[in-house]
Design a protein around this ligand. Structure first.
Ligand code: ATP
Length: 796
């Protein structure tokens, strides 16, 4: 049906008082405070992007859709833009729908069910802990074995060819050993599951925030992520396996807690009562914490990470369970890895990242300003790194769009990594006596007998081992020139690597860059005061690492705990936190904004108290009657894309025009309507229902609901009716039209809502607000002036 025809249809519907209840907001203007003129809203406020209204667009066919289309921008978004929100990301609904079916279930099952559910929760957290650890062990052992093989070959050929003059042979071998794994990883990510690219931390953050990133917690994503991260590290890219562990933990949690796999079409028929967004979110936060715990051996850091991302919904019992899962993870991992390394008795492998233990790190009070300066450096370097990565990402968005190009790009970076390493090893002559050498494969290269090349040792091991060397090697083990060149090369290499179509994290590369420049500072300081015992380069390497990482990812609390736990150096907590606070602000936010993900920040934009719900809401609305015609629902769902519909009592014919909205009764979701249609819960069939309706009907379909096109309804059934009152949410959070933006924002943020119907003074619904409608308001800095923007909403 074309839009013109649809509109005429709608108008005629309204004329005979039938079907679509679309209420004309303009008629009611006197009930609602008129929208402010944004330009005069404050002298200091620069409101841009007001031109989001595109009148040429006819989207769908009803007036409500036209109302939406005024916001929807279909024009081109410049690659790299951060001033838009994408309609590709739907919201999750963290507000449980407490309809009559749910109440029925609780009433029937009683306290026994409550105890069972609670027990099941703890059991699932236990499973999450164990499974996350096992995946981490698989990744670690695979990387360890393959890397050993790779670097022992390389060492053999380098040492042989340095004597025989065939140095290009090990270079070619290095190239092949980098390119093959990277090729596998890039093909997997580009062609099979693109959402497995990167570390997955931004995606997990978004999930906890309430945004549904398509396919983010699927089993296929986990498989690609696991193999992909092994390929990244074995392929010698400047990426780590730690970030992806957080994503893997989240997927494990989402999978186990649902007791079914939609991918494998297998339903174990257990844990059905956890099949809803807000229960699943709690498990995912536990899984993310387990991921951190597995990655860094930092259970407290893990819990803090989840709390930092999920403060709005965390409570004491969830914290306990999360902590339990994290502890189980680190313990399981420790047992398996210690057994693998033949030291089961020691239990000395609490995490994948083993930064070695700092026995004691003394510091003097006069060093604190130095720490602050290092933190500032970290902030600046981090910001520079983020900027370079942002520019590279813009380039990628513009030019590297096809899948095969993404694979080629990853291969080029793999070649670049091997080439940079080879050139450094070839040109920098940095020989150290054998004995102190921390690397497994000391390469002699052009050094004298009994010596090894310190440059080669930086490259011929996993980046994590290099960080360990920089932290713990004694004074003078590293040449300043080597470190300086290494920092510069690795800085650019890491910036080019993050954002490739590969699964890889940026914790390790950032730690490596930071520990290298930190060690440089430490070695310069100990040159100035050669007798000082306190100025240990290893200590400065640790602070540099913290500063660089803090500067790039801009997390403070959890990162401090992670670093303290990973280095077992609690006495050094204050310096680490000083450095991190000085370095704050983040790369994940940049990537999230570039993707147009409607993330809600912690607080509403400042100075927004004079924006009212009536100005934010969409109007007119598409509402449904409490007892609704099936054919109408089907046509409506085909015609509009909205995900929530207010349910109202139809206005009675003797009501005056001013009261004709109809009383607000509840809210029903698109997914619920589809399930009702699919199960043919029509009043006319009520006699023939075999068993009473139950909430399981919805849980069986969760989370991948069919589309309306997949539901078959006969012409006769279209004349039937559904009573929505049993299934709708009868008491959703609503807001008065006169509420301010900060108040509306707080409801969305704190309660994880997806829709809020807006009501007038007589509880009649006059509009609807979704998360995206609120996320659109952002504070923006432009040429030194601060202002409030309304971001574009685009379907690009
Ligand atoms: P999500 O996809 O996460 O639900 P969204 O904002 O894209 O978020 P939609 O339900 O697709 O949600 O709504 C798109 C726009 O239409 C929003 O601006 C919203 O305010 C408006 N809208 C939503 N439901 C209705 C409705 N029943 N009647 C009129 N407008 C609506």
């Amino acid at each position: 049906m074309n839009s013109q025809a649809q509109r005429t249809d709608t108008e005629s519907n309204r004329e005979d008082g039938d079907n679509l209840d679309i209420y004309n907001y303009e008629d009611r203007e006197r009930l609602i405070k008129p929208r402010n003129n944004f330009a005069s809203y404050s002298e200091n406020v620069d409101v841009r992007f007001r031109s989001t209204i595109d009148n040429n667009i006819t989207y769908g066919g009803t007036e409500a859709i036209l109302g939406y289309s005024r916001r929807l921008n279909t024009g081109n978004i410049i690659p790299g833009a951060t001033n838009f929100l994408s309609t590709n990301y739907e919201s999750l609904d963290y507000d449980p729908c407490e309809n009559y079916l749910l109440q029925d279930e609780e009433r029937k099952k009683g306290y026994k069910f409550v105890v069972k559910k609670n027990f099941a929760r703890w059991f699932i957290f236990l499973l999450i802990g164990i499974c996350t650890a096992l995946i981490a062990c698989f990744i670690d052992i695979s990387i360890e074995e393959l890397s050993s093989l790779k670097y022992s070959w390389l060492k053999k050929y380098v040492d042989k060819c340095a004597i025989e003059g065939c140095i290009w042979v090990p270079y070619m071998i290095w190239l092949v050993l980098n390119v093959v794994p990277v090729l596998i990883g890039a093909i997997l990510v580009s062609y099979i599951e693109p959402v497995a690219a990167g570390s997955g931390i931004p995606q997990v953050k978004c999930y906890l925030n309430g945004v549904k990133i398509p396919r983010v917690v699927r089993i296929k994503t986990l498989a690609v992520k696991t193999i992909g991260v092994i390929c990244t590290v074995v392929g010698g890219l400047a990426g780590g396996k730690e970030g992806p562990m957080i994503h893997s933990g989240a997927i494990v949690a989402a999978g186990i807690s649902q007791g079914k796999s939609t991918t494998f079409k297998k339903d174990l028929k257990i844990f059905k009562y956890f099949r809803e967004d807000h229960e699943k979110r709690d498990f995912v936060s536990g899984g993310a914490a387990s991921g951190v715990s597995a990655a860094f051996g930092a259970p407290i850091g893990g819990v803090l990470f989840s709390i930092e991302e999920g403060t709005s919904f965390f409570n004491q019992s969830l914290t306990w369970r999360t902590f339990f899962a994290s502890m189980i993870t680190t313990f399981t991992l420790n047992v398996v890895l210690s057994a693998y390394h033949g030291r089961l008795g020691d239990l000395s492998y609490p995490g994948l990242l083993n930064l070695g233990k700092f026995e004691s790190i003394p510091y003097q009070i006069y060093e604190i300003p130095l720490f602050m300066i290092m933190g500032t450096f970290g902030g600046l370097f981090g910001a520079l790194w983020n900027h370079i990565n942002y520019k590279i990402t813009c380039f990628r968005l513009r030019f590297v769009r096809q899948k095969w190009l993404k694979v080629i790009e990853a291969l080029l970076v793999a070649i670049l990594s091997a080439t940079m390493g080879s050139l450094m090893i070839y040109f920098i002559n940095d020989c150290k006596p054998l004995g102190n050498d921390p690397t497994k494969f000391p390469v002699q290269m052009y050094c004298a007998e009994g010596q090894y090349s310190a440059v080669a040792s930086l490259w011929f091991q996993t980046p994590e081992s290099s960080v360990r060397s920089l932290f713990h090697d004694p004074k003078g083990s590293h040449n300043d020139i080597t470190l300086a060149v290494f920092v510069i090369l690795y800085f650019f290499l890491a910036a080019a690597t993050f954002g490739l179509s590969m699964s890889s994290g940026l914790f390790i590369p950032s730690l490596l860059i930071g520990s290298a420049w930190g060690r440089l500072i430490g070695s310069a300081l100990s040159r100035i005061c050669p007798d000082s015992e306190v100025l240990d380069p290893g200590k400065y390497a640790l602070l540099g690492a913290a500063a660089q990482l803090g500067g790039v990812v801009r997390m403070t609390i959890s990162l401090t705990a992670i670093l303290i736990e990973a280095t077992q150096g609690i006495s050094f907590g204050l310096p680490v936190i000083i450095v991190l606070i000085m370095a704050k602000w983040g790369i994940y936010d940049i990537h999230t904004q570039m993707a147009g993900i409607p993330l809600l920040p912690w607080e509403s934009p400042p100075l927004s108290n004079n924006i009212y719900a009536s100005e934010i809401m969409s109007h007119p609305i598409v509402a449904l009657k409490t007892v609704e015609n099936v054919g109408h629902i089907v046509e409506l769902l085909k015609c509009v894309t909205f995900n929530g519909f207010p349910v109202v009592d139809p206005p009675s014919s003797d009501q005056t025009e001013i009261n004709s909205y109809g009383r607000f009764r509840g809210l029903i979701l698109r997914s619920q309507l589809i399930v009702l249609l699919k199960n043919k819960v029509f009043n006319e069939y009520a006699e023939s229902w075999e068993k009473p309706l139950s909430i399981e009907m919805f849980r069986n379909e969760y989370p991948r609901y069919p589309t309306i096109e997949q539901v078959a309804i006969t012409d006769e059934e279209k004349t039937y009716t559904i009573d929505l009152r049993h299934f709708m949410n009868p008491s959703p959070y609503t807001i008065q039209h006169s509420a301010t933006l900060p108040r509306t924002f707080r409801l969305f943020r704190a309660l994880g809502l997806r829709h809020i119907p807006v009501v007038n003074d007589t509880n009649e619904v006059i509009g609807i607000i979704t998360r995206k409608d609120v996320a659109r308001f952002r504070i923006w800095k432009h040429q030194g002036r601060m202002g409030l923007d309304e971001l574009l909403i685009t379907n690009k």
